[in-house]
Write a protein that binds this ligand. Structure first.
Ligand code: BJW
Length: 247
């Protein structure tokens, strides 16, 4: 893959990478809005909204328990795009913030450390009373007794549903305000505030690149478009950025 000379000749100091479901697709995790997407058998508002959880908590617990058990299957592993981002973080001399909308742990397993899960994490649950967050690899539901309040019925998935505030937005916006390169990988650009990050980065004067299988809903805001599979494109792209940095 050859990327634009203008892009690879620059010596970037502060990079923000945003990832979405597309980066985990080649690891075997379904995207949301594909024809075979996770939402196929569920209406989005039934499983990813506080109202849906209130009306049918059993359905929501089952949905996230199923996804957690799928994530823990042996064949679900980080793909070359996750691994390349982990390598890049170790080798890049500037600042790198990776913001993912994904609730899987494939970026951690790919070696990324400076990482924000803005939509939460599948391997965590939260007490609705205290706000305390617990790591879990097990199923849980309304009958599970919470470690902090010693009651059942208080634990919910530690994920951000529609209408809820995504996590660590202050850090994300501060970093976007001073970044010089913004890279979006594998997201459809349908869900805000993440879909608006490219505009924030542009306001800061950053160059912007989209790597996606198809043009996203916010494609027109990007300076460069690289179309194809993340697992095939991201390693080469990041290598070229490192080469540019060292020359
Ligand atoms: C590949 C590939 C490969 C495939 N390689 N690419 C009207 C206007 C604007 C906003 C709103 C509005 N009405 C309501 C809102 C707000 C609402 C919103 O955005 N709604 C839209 C539907 C319009 N947003 C919210 O409510 C958020 N909170 C909020 O706004 O709070 C107020 C606030 C305001 C200002 C600042 C801060 C806060 C919360 C959003 C929560 C989203 N939650 C979910 C589910 C929870 C987690 C989970 O269960 O997993 O998060 S929804 C779902 O969508 C999930 C994802 O993280 C998110 C994004 O999806 P993503 O990652 O883009 O996946 P896909 O499937 O859509 O796209 C995959 C892409 O990859 C595709 O383009 C493929 O082509 C590509 N691809 N294979 C490269 N191999």
């Amino acid at each position: 893959m050859l990327i634009d000379d203008q892009l690879t000749k620059k010596n970037y100091q502060s990079i923000v990478v945003l990832t979405g479901a597309g980066i985990s697709a080649e690891s075997g995790i379904n995207t949301f809005r594909a024809a075979d997407g996770l939402w196929e058998n569920h209406r989005i508002e039934d499983v990813a909204s506080p109202q849906g959880f209130y009306v049918n908590p059993d359905l929501v617990y089952r949905f996230y328990n199923m996804r957690r058990q799928d994530l823990l299957k042996a064949h679900i592993q980080p793909n070359p795009a996750h691994i390349a981002l982990g390598d890049f973080e170790r080798k890049f001399n500037g600042e790198l913030l990776l913001v993912t909308q994904n609730i899987d742990d494939l970026h951690e397993r790919g070696g990324s450390g400076n990482l924000i899960h803005m939509h939460g994490e599948l391997l965590k649950m939260r007490c609705q009373n205290s706000g305390e967050v617990f790591i879990t690899r097990e199923n849980f539901d309304q009958t599970t007794v919470c470690e902090c309040c010693r009651q059942s019925g208080n634990l919910r998935p530690h994920v951000v549903w529609f209408g809820e505030m995504p996590l660590q937005m202050d850090v994300i916006y501060q970093t976007l305000a001073q970044c010089d390169l913004f890279i979006s990988i594998g997201t459809s650009g349908n869900v805000y505030p993440a879909a608006g990050f490219v505009e924030q980065a542009r306001l800061a004067g950053a160059d912007t690149v989209e790597i996606n299988l198809e043009p996203s809903a916010v494609n027109s805001y990007f300076d460069w478009h690289i179309q194809g599979k993340a697992g095939e494109l991201v390693p080469d792209f990041l290598t070229q950025l490192l080469v540019a940095e060292s020359t």
